[in-house]
Design a protein around this ligand. Sequence first.
Ligand SMILES: *Cc1c(COP(=O)(O)O)cnc(C)c1O
Length: 379
Amino acid sequence: MENKRIPFLDLQRVNDSFEPELSEAIGRVVRSGWYLRGEALRRFERDYAGYCGTDYCVGVGSGLDALTLIFLAYRQMGLMQEGDEVIVPANTFIATILAVERAGLKPVLCEPSSRTCNLEAEDVEELIGPRTRALLPVHLYGRVADMDGLMELARNYGLKLVEDAAQAHGAMYTHSDGTLARVGALADAAAFSFYPAKNLGALSDGGAVTTDDEELVDTVRALANYGSAEKYVHIYKGINSRLDEIQAAVLDLKLARLDEDNERRRRIAGHYLRGIDPDRVGVRIDLPAMQNHVFHIFPLFTPLRNQLQEHLHACGVATQIHYPIPPHCQQAFQFEYGSLSLPLTERLHREELSLPIFPQLTDEEVQRVIDAVNSFGAC
Ligand SMILES: *Cc1c(COP(=O)(O)O)cnc(C)c1O
């Protein structure tokens, strides 16, 4: 036990913790003879909308599709034209930016706040121009962006506000007036991913759109179903993007424990924050804050990132980097952003290191991670 490696994420342990109910739920769908657009999907959509506090939820095929469909729907609704601009954080997973382009819109990259790693209203405002139509904050790592500031901007400039909530299922946000609201209900629409490793993860790809906007939800639903709201009648050139019955049943089961799992993630983060001692290590290590956070990822930032990663590996602790190459430096975007310099984003990508943080980690494993970080430089 002493020398057993600590995995970054162990999905077998995660999913074993839902047995035997998980296999029973899957078995029920298999035996039902109905695999798409059925009772399990309707139930999950109702439960997830209720959980987020929105009027509607639509299950779709992935997080990328959820984002894309929101913007395709706004275009069908006549609110956005080809080439209109959407402001996105420069330090995000590439899907955020790809979705905007897939919808025929232009992503405008904004440097994040170095403190929160998220979009801040004052940086965003400088980028708003005559063709800006929407703001797309990402609740990166599970920490909710500064939504009050962004809501005010969106209202003042007549923009749509869309959440990329792929990393923040269940996160709560405290508004400046002290009221609480949940991610998914903080903007005009939100996109979720149920990729297996997310805080609410399926056993395959999956995603969802949440919103209170009835026209948007009807348009997303039709677009995700070949542009059809009525069988064999096609009003749009849609796509095929579905959350299947097995995934919907799995997600509905896991949803019942999401708050408890997120609380365990926050407790582990609290142990890391109390236990990791940058002074003892003797190099700068910036640690995340607890507010508005569900710790999909526990990121730390240090100029000696690669050395720390090697040290932790030697101590038997697996880590990951989110993300090694920022989108504007990717070959895929060399024509759009090849000459762009975003020093803050580039620094975050050079310095970020993610520690293991999934609910099934034991306290003993958490302590071993802390001891391993604190022994950096000492050996
Ligand atoms: C995972 C993720 C997505 C994409 O989700 P998929 O289900 O993999 O398509 C989008 N944005 C962010 C921030 C993500 O982390």
